[in-house]
Design a protein around this ligand. Structure first.
Ligand code: 5GP
Ligand code: ZN
Length: 113
């Protein structure tokens, strides 16, 4: 999608520090980390948010969560980590391209704010 920041990260038009990339998934370090480990895992396909997911996305979701787990292992998140996907502005979504935040390295309170 032409004006989407994360599509531009996928294409390389906007630079990012990538942690992982394959044919359908990219993981990169968040530009404004809120935890010692803060990685964004995104599909290369433009999907606006988790509200747009259906049965047809089963394969890409499996790949995304496999990469989340791989990133957690590689970043030594053995003490625990959180996977977050904000949906809609009222829930804090600022980039309308599906992404999963992998957060770890500090105590994570519950419920989230
Ligand atoms: P959201 O607020 O939609 O849940 O998460 C979007 C995340 O993308 C934020 O944590 C924000 O810091 C991150 N972000 C926004 N623009 C960029 C960018 O250009 N590069 C990187 N690496 N992260 C970004
Ligand atoms: Zn996009």
């Amino acid at each position: 999608m032409a004006e989407c920041i994360f599509c531009k990260i996928v294409s390389g038009e906007i630079p990012s520090k990538k942690a992982y990339e394959d044919d359908c998934v990219v993981a990169f370090y968040d530009i404004a980390p809120v935890a010692p480990t803060h990685i964004l895992v995104i599909p290369k396909e433009h999907i606006p948010s988790a509200a747009d997911l259906g049965e047809g996305h089963a394969a890409v979701l499996g790949r995304l969560f496999a990469v989340v787990a791989q990133m957690a292992r590689e970043h030594h998140c053995a003490d625990g980590f959180r996977v977050v996907s904000n949906v809609g502005e009222s829930a804090g979504q600022s980039v309308p391209h599906l992404h999963f935040h992998l957060l770890s390295g500090r105590a994570l309170s519950w419920p989230p704010g």
